[in-house]
Structures are given as C-alpha cells and as structure tokens.
Design a protein around this ligand. Structure first.
Ligand code: ADP
Ligand code: GLC
Length: 465
C-alpha cells in the first residue's frame, strides 16, 4: 500500500507544535509495517535549498501559474522520502504560518497550493499513492484538487485541532481555481471554511484521541452539521511518540541518562535543572511546556500562581505565545525569583531537560485533542497533572485509581490546585510509592506501533469500499 502524507509541518524541518512530531514519526511507523510512504512539505526558508532536485513542473492555481521544484530529502533515521515543494514566492519566508502574531494574508493560497502541488507532484513522479493522508485545514482542500485531477487515490483527513478551521473571505477563494460545486463545500457565506470542505470531501476522517472524537461530535465549534453528518466515518486514534527521539537512556540533551531501573540519573537531572535555573529544591519541581495560549490553561495558571507557589513547589514554564501570559509570568518571576522561572523561548533542548528533570508536568488544558508532552513526561517518569479533557483523559489515569498521574475535572484554579496538592503530598510523604508509580509510567507503551496499526485499518477500510 502506498500512502502520501501532505502537511504544513514535519519535525525537524518545520515545527510549530505536535503536528510536526506526528508527521515526523507516524510515516516511519507505517513504513515499519511494510507500507510505502512519502511525505510532502513546503520548502520553508530554514530547509536547505541544495537538496537533490527530482523534478521541475508548473502548477496553475486560478489566474496564476507557478514553477515548482521538487527537492528530495528523507525523514531522519529512516528511508521515508520527504519531497519539499520549492516555490520561493509562497514559502521562502521567516515563518510557517506568519510572523509575530500576524498570519500571512495569503495563507489560503499558500496551503491550497501545497494541496494541489502535492497531487501534481505524485503524478509527475509516476508515484500515485493509494491514500493521500492530509492534516488539519492546511491540506483539507487536497481531496477537492484530487477529484479535479481525476487520480484514483482515496483520502483520509486527520483533525489535529478543530479550533483551527481555515476561514477566509470569498474573494480569496475565488482565486483558487476551484469549480462552483467544490467551492460550495466550504460553505455558503462571504467567509468560507477549508476544514469544512475537507470534512465533507475526504473518504475517511480521524482525530487524535477517542475522547476528542466524542467531544467534537458533541460540540463541533460551528462545524457541527458536517461533523455529525460524517460521524460514522470519524475515528479517534491516540497519537504515539517517537521512542528513539524521546529515550531517557539515550537523550543527548540530558545531564545524565536514566531508566525505570535506575532513577538515580533522573535525580541528577533534577539537581542540574534547579542549579541552572536558580530555583529552590526543598519541594517538588513542577514543569510546564507548551504554547502560552488559552487552550493550554494559561488562565488557570495565572489565576492560581500565588497559591500554587505557596504549596512549596518550584515552577518552570517553557513556552512562547500570547503576550499577556508572557507578561504575567515575567511579573511572577520578579516577585518569586527563587520559585518561578519563565523560559519564554522555543528550545528543543530545554523541552527535553524539563520533561526529564521535573517531578511533575502540569497540563491544565481547557481542551486538548491529544497532547504529546504528557506522553513524553510519562516516558521520563515525570508524572502529569492534567485536566480531564481530550487526549489527556485518554492517557492519564489518576493515581488514586492505580494510574499514572493526577487528574482534575473542573476548569478552575481550585480543582487544579487540589490535584497539584495531592501530588505534593505524595512527593513529601510517600517517596517510595511515588518512585514505584514513576517506574510504572516509564514502562507504559506509547510508541507508534499500535496507532500505526489503527491507521492501517482505516486505510484498508477506505480502499475496500
Ligand atoms: P500542541 O500541538 O497543541 O502545541 P502537543 O503537546 O501535541 O501540543 O505538542 C507540542 C510539541 O511542541 C511538543 O513536542 C513540545 O515539546 C513542543 N513544544 C511546545 N512548546 C515548546 C517550547 N517552547 N520549546 C520547545 N518545544 C516546545
Ligand atoms: C494539535 C493539538 C495537540 C495534538 C497535536 C498533534 O496541535 O493541539 O493536542 O497532540 O495536534 O496531533
């Protein structure tokens, strides 16, 4: 079976969030099952332009015609080819989606182009896949261009985050070379929605956890009618993690390697982290890693910050995002210099160090389609403290129920602080029990092997229709 992944992000080439981790890892897991897989990605500015050139061809998009050069690379530590669509006018820019907090105004055109050009590239390569697997609104229009091109492939659309839907004014849609019927799938009004079109046109739909699948059928954020219409074609498949990339025994970013059998190294990472960050260590060290947005529960954190620190923990937050949250964290840091550190940057190395060296990971998300950081944390014996939503609900069970972390239901600072309070008590009063839970968490299997099988079933079902 041949599968083409088409997406806006893939680590390590272009990453804004978990989507990039998925596109870097799932194709490898599918290849390990014997599938022939390739990834199509724009050549953004940081991606080298001197990669081997496979093809040059032209793609028309509405009134414009573009020359595209197809460069060939490979997903690291694999033989999965990555085809970079080199079109400087659209992609040779500093950002993936925009700069600062401004999206590029031509994003609809940029990602419609990616969708259409990937179909054309497959044809030009004479490598027509059985399945085009597309991701989020960015490539949700691919099924429309595929139909127009008349290629026999099927399509699977994965929704990583329903909050991003790709709404654009009709004037922008008019320039994409889509037929009237195709355009109608994006809605009727003056503003139309790329994800809506994809939900209607793809052969199958998936999202990134079973709970999130249920949540979006209950509240479709304005896309309720089309999601419910396609409910029988939607499945939730939990994300996995790349267990080579996130391996506490072989992680080059850490101060010391460790494993479930030898937690000594974890303690050394904790000490180094406290020292490097200048934080007090007589209580537990709590970490937060992620985008500073409402989705990730930053409202709760900011509202509960003083009470959280009064539990006697030290807190380190690694993240970039909205200025109001960054500002609140900066102010907190000035007020509690030996208790709170805000690393307001995007750094892979510190993400690994925090997830390895902290005692607990705080993830009080308002909503969370899957979430990867809690899975990385579990693999590093850092117990997650999470709100029960989406993929967090599906991956973290409360220690009171024999589970691997601390779970709270209400989206309130009080509920968050109660869960964190239980974690702190366990740390203080029952260190042996805590170590046993850490070891159990580290032994859980969150690899991509299982999820890859589930995707294979989806592909097979679509092809058998
Ligand atoms: P989302 O995709 O909603 O942002 P996920 O938990 O699925 O959330 O994935 C986030 C990914 O981005 C993880 O790999 C996480 O380690 C990484 N990440 C987020 N913020 C940062 C940061 N400031 N520095 C380094 N890595 C980060
Ligand atoms: C989205 C979601 C996140 C998920 C990631 C990868 O960014 O916000 O929960 O883990 O996609 O699927």
């Amino acid at each position: 079976m041949r599968v083409a992944f088409v997406a806006a992000e893939a680590a390590p080439f272009a990453k804004a969030g978990g989507l990039a981790d998925v596109i870097a890892a799932l194709p490898k897991a599918l290849a390990a099952l014997g599938l022939e897989v390739a990834v199509f990605l724009p050549r953004y500015r940081p991606i080298p332009a001197h990669l081997p050139e496979r093809l040059r061809f032209r793609v028309d998009l509405g009134p414009r015609s573009y020359e595209v050069c197809l460069l060939q690379g490979v997903l690291p530590k694999s033989s999965v080819p990555v085809y970079f669509l080199d079109q400087p006018e659209l992609y040779d820019r500093p950002g993936i989606y925009g700069e600062g907090d401004q999206d590029y105004p031509d994003n609809l055109r940029r990602f419609a182009f990616l969708s259409k050009a990937a179909v054309e590239a497959a044809r030009e390569l004479a490598w027509v896949p059985d399945i085009f697997h597309v991701h989020d609104w960015h490539t949700a229009l691919l099924p429309l261009y595929l139909r127009a091109a008349g290629l026999p492939a099927k399509t699977v659309l994965t929704i990583h985050n329903l909050a991003f839907q790709g709404w654009f004014p009709l004037a922008a849609w008019a320039e994409l070379g889509l037929a009237e019927e195709a355009l109608a799938l994006a809605g009727q009004g003056e503003w139309r929605c790329a994800l809506r079109a994809g939900i209607l046109a793809a052969d199958a739909l998936t999202t990134v956890s079973p709970s999130y699948a249920q949540e979006i059928l209950a509240d479709g954020l304005g896309l309720d009618d089309v999601l419910r219409a396609r409910a029988s074609d939607l499945v939730g498949i939990l994300n996995g993690i790349d267990t080579e990339e996130w391996d506490p025994q072989r992680d080059p970013y850490l101060w010391a390697p460790f494993s479930a059998q030898d937690l000594e190294g974890k303690a050394r990472n904790r000490e180094a982290l406290l020292r490097e960050l200048g934080l007090r260590g007589e209580g537990p060290l709590v970490a937060m890693v992620g985008r500073l947005t409402e989705q990730k529960g930053l409202d709760l954190l900011v509202a509960g910050l003083a009470r959280l620190l009064s539990l006697g923990v030290s807190l380190v937050v690694l993240g970039t995002g909205e200025a109001r949250y960054a500002q609140a964290l900066r102010e907190g840091e000035a007020r509690w210099p030996d208790r709170l550190r805000a690393l307001l940057a995007y750094t892979e190395a510190w993400a690994h160090r925090l997830l390895a060296g902290a005692d607990f990971l705080l993830m009080p998300s308002r909503f969370e389609p899957c979430g990867l950081t809690q899975l990385y944390a579990l693999r590093y014996g850092t117990l997650p403290v999470v709100r029960a939503t989406g993929g967090l609900r599906d991956t973290v069970r409360d220690v009171d129920l024999g589970g691997n972390g601390f779970v709270f239901e209400d989206y309130s600072p009080e509920a968050m602080l109660a869960a964190l309070g239980r974690a702190v008590r366990l740390w203080r009063e029952h260190p042996q029990a805590l170590a046993a839970i850490r070891r159990r968490a580290m032994a859980e299997d969150h690899s991509w092997a299982g999820p890859a099988q589930a995707y294979l079933c989806v592909y097979a079902r679509v092809l058998s229709r």
